[in-house]
Design a protein around this ligand. Structure first.
Ligand code: IPD
Ligand code: CA
Ligand code: CA
Ligand code: CA
Length: 263
């Protein structure tokens, strides 16, 4: 497999998709709800996913595509090469703010993340990584992350996970929030993974994410030494939803051990 060629191809495809998204603001955007009223999707999410799929199927017919909007393949195993795509991560931001959303793409071979991309479209900020060859922010190599204690850490967490919910009692996450330096919530899991990888926040966690939310970001995060697991401390499930945490080394352990390790 010529991963260098796939990398160049993926970068140019993502940039082209980003351009399509930016010009979409000149036309009318149709907004629908999916599973519930606040779970938004637009015609642009769908069009961008279809754009990726038509190109990938044309140029890499043997590869499979796992995309949020369901136009790709039915994926039941991680065998072979799979492009895990979120055409717009942060659709609520796309609709309400016209910024703070990203294209997220991870290319996996037999379950191993080889290439990862997060494109913050409106800021034109491009994060990418090549397994074992480092992670980059706008083509500048990102340094390996150092340890930070929770007391000095800024944690990405959605406020809805701090309120009591079915999955986890209010206590542990609220406790972690009380003991950290501060919290942030950006509304795009991919951007939050990019921010942990570039040292702008120290950890990000969620009680429910899908493979396409984290596939690209995990490759980037791992290249800078961040630890990525589910909240049981295991490899996140890449065929369906799971809990998720990415954090600096040391901090990952401190959060799971002292606060939220699920059984
Ligand atoms: C969502 C965003 C959001 C996260 C949700 C995701 P979408 O993705 O990443 O930050 O909290 O769990 O579903 O639907 O905008 O692609
Ligand atoms: Ca969505
Ligand atoms: Ca998403
Ligand atoms: Ca999406």
């Amino acid at each position: 497999m010529n991963w260098g060629a796939i990398d160049r191809y993926a970068k140019s495809l993502i940039k082209e998709a980003g351009h399509k998204i930016r010009i979409s603001f000149f036309s009318t955007i149709d907004v629908d709800s999916k599973a519930e009223a606040n779970d938004l999707v637009t015609n642009i999410d769908r069009e961008i996913e279809r754009f990726f799929i038509s190109r990938i199927k044309r140029d890499f017919p043997e590869h499979r595509i796992f995309g949020e909007e369901g136009f790709g393949d039915e994926i039941e195993s991680l065998d072979g090469v799979i492009w895990m795509l979120d055409p717009i991560d942060g659709t609520m931001n796309f609709v309400h703010q016209k910024r703070n959303f990203a294209i997220s793409l991870g290319i996996y071979a037999d379950g191993i993340g080889m290439l990862g991309y997060i494109y913050d479209v409106m800021n034109d900020d491009f994060y990418h990584a090549f397994k074992d060859e480092g992670a980059y922010f706008n083509d500048e190599r990102l340094p390996v992350l150092q340890e930070t204690p929770l007391a000095e850490a800024v944690i990405g967490v959605n406020a809805s996970w701090v309120a009591p919910n079915r999955r986890i009692e209010n206590g542990p996450i609220a406790d972690m929030v009380r003991h950290c330096r501060g919290t942030r919530s950006y509304g795009s899991a991919a951007i939050e993974l990019a921010y942990v990888s570039s040292g702008r926040i120290d950890a990000y966690l969620s009680l429910r994410l899908s493979p396409w939310d984290i596939a690209g970001g995990m490759v980037i995060a791992q290249e800078v030494g961040a630890v990525t697991t589910n909240l049981k401390g295991e490899q996140p499930h890449l065929l369906g939803q799971d809990t998720f945490i990415v954090a600096r080394p040391g901090l990952h352990d401190e959060i799971l051990r002292n606060y939220i390790k699920l059984k």
